[in-house]
Design a protein around this ligand. Structure first.
Ligand code: PPE
Length: 309
């Protein structure tokens, strides 16, 4: 997914021109993956551009940093304000993707990160659909990866750590090279964990089922949480229960969620057609409601919007 440059990137308290937002090649996090990050989206609404659940994302960033013992030199309020300032000053009224990153800077090498400086950057740019317009409309083809998700005692799966995405990237490449759109990873115990950058759900006998995030070694998704609220408001029960791969094959419907991906139907898993191969009624209703919520079209969900202007 190509990046469209904007004017500035927020780096350690300043808005730096896009082309000058550079770091040294000996930056600690570049070598060891010792950073944490977030993915956030802002959408155009009737009242100007609004960042969806911004505070929740910044709080998760700080929780990830805490898990990695990274001492972030900014408060949640300061990072929320910085993000809004960035969106305001970069002509992003049509919406954007926002990428905050906490990383260990230049000056120390070796595996002890404690003496390193902790740096923070926030970038934002317009970004289209992550898994393609066709996938959003008609569903994607999923492959169970041969790569396992992390053991939570090997790396902290509750943190959105940069280095951990080597695992996601390996699974994504494998899936794409095999002709699929996306991969789902199993946890070390064989239960379904999550996709490379999304949580996974099935619909079975009228209920929505998603793996219990921390047990499955999956990230506790903010979109997953939003979808849980939306589904319950639609009168559909949502439960967090362990799933095995054949539960995906035999589901009535399946979909995935993430900030970048949004809500995307799954039409096939390992060449088995899910349901009748078209987005099912529950998936479609949840997806439509999510798109309405992020764009400020549904009063009930207005509290999720944090206006940049
Ligand atoms: N699991 C993983 C592994 C993950 O990376 C994400 C977000 C989620 C679940 C869903 O979380 P949430 O966005 O809070 O609903 N993935 C981010 C990064 C994607 C990327 O390609 O980079 C995102 O969606 O922004």
């Amino acid at each position: 997914m190509p990046i469209t440059p904007t004017d500035t990137i927020w780096m350690d308290g300043e808005l730096v021109p896009w082309d000058q937002a550079r770091i040294h090649v000996l930056t600690h996090t570049l070598h060891y993956g010792t950073g944490v990050f977030e993915g956030i989206r802002a959408y155009p609404t009737g009242r100007g551009v609004a960042v969806f659940r911004l505070t929740d994302h910044i709080d998760r960033l700080l929780t990830s940093a805490k898990i990695l013992l990274l001492d972030v030199p900014y408060t949640s309020e300061e990072l929320v304000a910085a993000t809004k300032e960035l969106v305001r000053s970069n002509d992003l009224a049509q919406g954007c993707y926002i990428r905050p990153l906490v990383y260990l800077g230049y000056g120390e090498m070796g595996l002890n990160p404690l003496p390193c400086t902790v740096n923070v950057s926030i970038a934002a740019w317009p970004w289209g659909t992550y898994l393609g317009d066709e996938g959003v409309a008609n569903g994607i083809r999923l492959k169970v990866s041969s790569w396992r998700r992390h053991d939570p005692n090997a790396v902290p799966t509750a943190a959105k750590g940069t280095g951990m995405y080597m695992n996601s990237s390996l699974a994504k490449v494998e899936a794409i090279k095999a002709g699929y759109d996306e991969a789902v990873l199993l946890a070390p115990d064989g239960h379904v964990a999550e996709c490379t950058g999304e949580n996974i759900f099935i619909v079975r006998r009228g209920r929505i089922v998603t793996p219990p995030t921390s047990d499955a070694g999956a990230l506790a998704g903010i979109t997953q949480d939003s979808v849980q609220t939306i589904a319950r408001d639609l009168g559909v029960e949502v439960v967090y229960e362990p799933l095995v791969r054949t539960d995906l094959y035999t589901a009535d419907e399946a979909f995935l969620t993430g900030t970048a991906a949004e809500v995307v139907p799954i039409r096939e898993v390992d060449d088995r057609t899910v349901g009748d191969g078209r987005p099912g009624p529950v998936t479609t209703q949840v997806q439509q409601t999510y798109f309405g919520a992020v764009r400020g079209e549904i009063d009930r969900y207005k509290d999720w919007l944090e206006h940049a202007e």
